[in-house]
Write a protein that binds this ligand. Structure first.
Ligand code: TRP
Length: 325
């Protein structure tokens, strides 16, 4: 059987929230037990293509590392690395630039959206998917857990792999996106929007109990007073029910019955306590890592050392085929 080699990346753009956990990270944690090679990367070179604060950047990177370790990334099974600590990523990106058509990049929806949103048109933004292809193919990865919005980038990765194979000889196998089946958790303030990392819209995994209670109390609700799963008519309550279901393991139907005749605020109070209890073990584990920054750094550095070795081997093969060495 073929080896399963998993790779995924995350931009260090704020603390992880409940939506990230229930929608994505939970799957990653499960996947790490089933694969032959697992690498999770903090994409610190990708994230500087959009505005960021250099003063807090290192802290943001460490926050993501802490969140992942606390969520259950196991350093014995998976490598957890910072992109910029493995220089082969950018080296391979340059090489791939020479076989990538600009036309594959300048029509991508993510690129166009960013342009529209920020008005900033830097080369890094256009080249973003090429660096992603390098991240993935540097380790000859073949399975990439990502959200729907990243699938077009995986397509570019496959285009690059194909062109490399045909120009320089069979080297890369096809890369498959592993779409998260996890729920789509929406913002607590606007159930039409995905939960994001900003302010009151999301519950950060590291929010303390009082903040969690206050955010859930302030969550928008729908008109009427019934606690009912109805995505069309009651999108806010439906979102809260989904969160309750995922946190408690209780079926939606059971929860509806339990709250028959009760008020939104009864429901919210119980949901808040459920969230507080659910996050407690995560937060305890995060504290442990937080109090031991040396250990966290050690995990990262060890992973990065191993990654550089894997990368060296594959990059040498690539360079040989291209006549670069
Ligand atoms: N672009 C991805 C995102 O914004 C992060 C990322 C960078 C990534 N490199 C990757 C994801 C390689 C998967 C594989 O979510």
């Amino acid at each position: 059987m073929n080896m399963v080699k998993i790779f995924s990346g995350i931009r260090p753009s704020g603390k992880l929230h409940l939506g990230n956990y229930l929608g994505a990270i939970k799957n990653w944690i499960e996947l790490q037990n089933k694969a032959d090679q697992v690498i999770f990367m903090i994409a610190d070179y990708h994230a500087i293509t959009t505005p960021y604060d250099p003063k807090t950047y290192q802290q943001q990177i460490m926050d993501v590392a802490l969140d992942y370790l606390a969520a259950g990334i196991d350093p014995d099974k998976a490598l957890l690395i910072r992109q910029s600590k493995v220089p082969q990523h950018t080296e391979l990106a340059w090489i791939f630039n020479t076989i990538t058509s600009v036309g594959w990049l300048d029509r991508l929806p993510t690129y166009k959206e960013q342009l529209e949103k920020t008005g900033i048109n830097n080369m890094g933004l256009l080249d973003y998917p090429v660096l992603m292809a390098a991240d993935i193919l540097l380790y000859k990865s073949n399975l990439v857990p990502v959200g729907e919005d990243q699938v077009a980038h995986i397509d570019v990765t496959n285009e690059i792999a194909k062109r490399f194979n045909s120009a320089f000889g069979e080297t890369f196998e096809p890369v498959k996106p592993h779409l998260e089946e996890g729920a789509r958790i929406m913002s607590l303030q606007n159930p039409a929007k995905k939960m994001s990392k900003t302010s009151d819209e999301g519950i950060a995994l590291s929010d303390n109990p009082d903040i969690i209670r206050s955010k859930i109390k302030k969550a928008v609700t729908d008109s009427g007073k019934e606690i009912k799963y109805d995505p069309d008519e009651k999108s806010a309550i439906t979102n809260l029910l989904t969160v309750y279901h995922l946190l408690s393991g209780k079926e939606i139907k059971t929860i509806e019955k339990e709250y028959d005749g009760k008020s939104y605020s009864d429901f919210k109070n119980d949901l808040a306590e459920t969230a507080v209890n659910f996050l407690k073990p995560f937060q305890e584990k995060r504290k442990e890592f937080e109090n031991n920054p040396k250990k966290v750094l050690e995990i990262l550095e060890k992973s990065e050392e191993k990654s550089r070795q894997l990368a060296d081997k594959n990059l040498s093969e690539i360079k040989k085929k291209m006549g670069l060495i």
